[in-house]
Design a protein around this ligand. Structure first.
Ligand SMILES: [Zn+2]
Length: 260
């Protein structure tokens, strides 16, 4: 990391967000309105850095506009509100690809390490470790408008990016395979909570955490991130240990100001 990049980011944090972007932020990102004022200011700065550094591409005929860019950038930056060191800022991300609506993707699934299953799947979004995030704009809009249902596509996909960058779940997984999963409170709690979810689903019990989180640890992390930011009080009530770990990880306490 060159000092210059960090210096430039610091300067951008100090300058005001252009008026037309501030209006979009107010209107299109209800989450912004629920933040305490110091975090609102910080989010404006982070959004500015994101828009300055990251590339957006409209796909399948989608014409990009400021509403699309600002809504996505701001929601992605909510995950970063706890950081103070600006040297790390979705460093691996090269571009955000935006489709007008859910798109069909060709998929390959490895099952049991033996065979590969290929097919087509309706997708709302995905994060690739190679540096791209793919999002469907209609979903982004819908999820952004409802900030209390524990579903947010942007939070979900950018949680995957953070997970890739920091190996948040990769290590838990590899430790589990060697039987030393209790190597840290992070690893043991993520594992315990993941297994609790699998258990509850097997017993047909209702869970706060969406069943999709049972797919694997990486999806679990992305799904609990959505809950951590959108339904923090419910998550803290039902999964206090998990909430504590995420609070430490993201360096944020959304239950203090998001009332669901
Ligand atoms: Zn996912």
């Amino acid at each position: 990391m060159f000092g210059f990049k960090k210096w430039r980011r610091k300067r951008q944090m100090q300058q005001d967000l252009p008026e037309e972007w501030a209006v979009i932020l107010q209107k299109s990102v209800p989450y912004f309105r629920n933040l305490p004022s110091e975090l609102q200011t910080k989010l404006q700065g982070l959004t500015k850095i994101f828009l300055h550094e990251k590339r957006f591409e409209g796909c399948a005929g989608l014409e990009l506009n400021d509403e699309i860019r600002v809504s996505i950038a701001a929601q992605a930056c909510i995950l970063l509100l706890g950081i103070d060191d600006l040297s790390s800022f979705y460093e691996g991300l090269r571009s955000v690809l935006v489709y007008p609506e859910s798109y069909v993707a060709k998929v390959k699934n490895h099952r049991n390490g033996y065979f590969v299953e290929e097919g087509f799947q309706q997708r709302h979004g995905e994060a690739w470790s190679r540096g791209h995030v793919v999002l469907a704009w209609d979903e982004v809009k819908k999820d952004g408008a409802n900030m209390h249902d524990g579903r947010n596509l942007v939070f979900h996909e950018f949680a995957h990016l953070i997970d890739y960058d920091y190996g948040a779940t990769a290590e838990v997984e590899s430790r589990e395979n060697t039987g030393f999963w209790s190597w840290s409170s992070w690893g043991s709690i993520i594992n315990q909570e993941y297994n609790k979810l699998l258990d509850a689903i097997r017993r047909n019990q209702h869970t706060l955490i969406d069943e999709y989180g049972a797919t694997n640890l990486a999806e679990f992390f992305a799904v609990v991130t959505e809950n951590f930011f959108e339904r923090p009080r419910a998550l803290r009530r039902k999964h206090p240990e998990l909430y504590k770990q995420l609070k430490q990880f993201y360096q944020q306490d959304p239950a203090a100001y998001i009332k669901s």
